[in-house]
Write a protein that binds this ligand. Sequence first.
Ligand SMILES: Nc1ncnc2c1ncn2[C@@H]1O[C@H](COP(=O)(O)OP(=O)(O)O)[C@@H](O)[C@H]1O
Ligand SMILES: [Mg+2]
Length: 321
Amino acid sequence: MYRNHFELTKKPFEISPDPEFLWLGEKHREGLAVLKYGILENKGFLLITGEVGTGKTALIRAIEREVKARAIIVTIPDPGMGLMDFYHFLAAELNIERDFRNKGEFLARFKRLMLEAFSGYRRVLLIIDESQRLNHELLEKIRLLSNIDLEGKVVINIFFVGQSEFREILAREENRAVRQRITVSYHLPALDEAETAQYIRHRLRVAGTQREIFTAPAVQAVHESAKGLPRRRVLIRHALKNALTPTVTVAAIETGTLLGGNMIVETVFGWPGLGRLVVEGIFTRNYPLVQAAVLLYAVTYVLLNLLADVLQTVLNPKVRL
Ligand SMILES: Nc1ncnc2c1ncn2[C@@H]1O[C@H](COP(=O)(O)OP(=O)(O)O)[C@@H](O)[C@H]1O
Ligand SMILES: [Mg+2]
């Protein structure tokens, strides 16, 4: 419907990455240049990180196209797999016979291929997208792949692409060996408002219109609500807000312990207060006092829990009273 209305030849904002729509902003171009340099200079280990949706996978597509002629490229879209599955995937992509029975046989064939490529002046590039999903074992095995060299020369370049938390994974002590070998690293920041405007305009152009369909406030609204929000805002708006739900519940339940607990604290440490009064009331059989205190505790407890339940409905739209 809207396509006719806006005179578009195709849909401008499909979710699947379509190379035709690729827009290289300044940050993408810079990242691309850094990585291309790393690959062509045989730097070994490269890293690119960025928040979800900042265009990392789109950038991989661009790199593949740029270095295709000079490199054998294998891209692993999701490394959340076991070791043998990983070797089989590599073998399939590299046209290595897949009848190997163990990793030793695979590695021998893999090595032969690497050396052939090297003597044919072709680089080998292993790209691992979604690297934050790599487990430690696979990460180590990938590092060991790069030990294949020819007279000390790098024959395989490994390019990790992942969300920002991959940097935290690399910072762990157990991954020190991999971390130390990364020579080229780039972080792709989220788009700012001006870039968001350029990006939207670019996609509309590719879809066949020069019209300024998005007004400045519309661009601003897109930028505000887009997923590429700075991490801090995601944290405050989403993570902390969600964390409040259980906090409120636990706080309400804990008041029970607090009320009962103060009786013990006051008695044991000799600090006077309501708790002590109740204990004394029990010993002196002052029943009206004990009854009043129990009623007060119970009402406070019930009211606080009720308040917590009401707060839940405010904090969490999925909760209804
Ligand atoms: N530079 C870009 N040019 C064109 N489309 C892009 C660009 N960056 C992101 N996109 C689009 O945004 C969506 C998410 O991009 P993607 O590369 O998958 O992000 P990431 O891998 O960083 O999570 C895709 O639909 C993709 O087509
Ligand atoms: Mg991606």
